[in-house]
Design a protein around this ligand. Structure first.
Ligand code: SAH
Length: 244
């Protein structure tokens, strides 16, 4: 459980849980290992790129990826012709992202910044904002959603993905992934921070974002396959548009 003591937002007005950042820094070296802790991110990445591209244009568009980590999504979006800036607070993860970009020749700009600070620096400058698997790691999800809304231009697209708070997500994302399959280190996720689609929808509305679509990412352990699905009980994607 995260306590208020770990939320430096309370002390410095920053929406960051330092224990979360330390956790992601600690695994940074294995970020691009397809069999490492980020295996689920690698597996679902083609699905989320497909989803984003289905709902928004990417070619020649300015994209900000909030909480980009080692850059798995950033590189894939850049490969589709987007001008991508990845921001994250974990400096080791950003270091890995920059190294990887040199290896692959991808063109991404990486910045150490919080969504809130970057939105103050470059308000309404992005055509598309993506924020994947981050909202469940911050002390104040509403502030993060507001910052994402502030980053995108009116009429621009915002995408979130996160974990639903259901018995099934507890079973799959925590018991299954952390304990049975040992795919993720224990403590990667805090069930209390998972967000129901209805709760996220309310945060979107409060931030001036119009919900356009919700889509599940289902995992079938039998075929060991992920797919876009109507089943939003565990992992889901949301597309919203900033009101003009
Ligand atoms: N979005 C990436 C990585 C998800 S892991 C992907 O889906 O592929 C979550 C990432 O969010 C980590 O890199 C972590 O360092 C970052 N993070 C956690 N709290 C943050 C915060 N308050 N501000 C910015 N980044 C944060």
């Amino acid at each position: 459980m995260t306590t208020a003591m770990n939320d430096i937002r309370n002390e410095a007005g920053v929406n960051i849980d330092p224990r979360e950042i330390a956790k992601f820094n600690a695994m940074a070296a294995r970020w691009w290992d397809p069999e490492g802790e980020c295996k689920p991110l690698h597996r679902i990445n083609p699905l989320r790129v497909e989803y984003i591209e289905h709902h928004a244009r990417l070619r020649e568009r300015a994209v900000v990826d909030v909480g980009c980590g080692g850059g798995i999504l950033c590189e894939a979006l850049a490969a589709r012709g987007a001008h991508v800036t990845g921001i994250d607070m974990a400096d080791a993860a950003l270091g890995v992202a920059r190294m990887h970009m040199i290896e692959t020749g991808a063109k991404v700009e990486y910045r150490q910044s919080s969504a809130e600070n970057y939105a103050r620096e470059t308000p309404a400058a992005a055509d598309v904002v993506t924020c994947m698997e981050l909202i469940e790691h911050v002390p104040d999800p509403a502030a993060l959603v507001k910052a994402c809304a502030a980053l995108v231009r009116p009429g621009g697209d915002v995408f979130f993905s996160t974990l639903n708070r259901t018995p099934k997500s507890y079973l799959f994302a925590i018991v299954g992934a952390e304990y049975v399959l040992r795919m993720l280190p224990k403590g990667t996720h805090d069930y209390a921070r998972f967000i129901r689609p209805s709760e996220l929808a309310a945060l979107l509305r409060a931030a001036g974002l119009e919900l356009r679509n919700t889509c599940g990412i289902a995992y079938n352990p039998i075929g060991d396959r992920y797919s876009l699905s109507d089943d939003i009980a565990v992992n889901y994607l949301i597309h919203a548009v900033r009101s003009a």
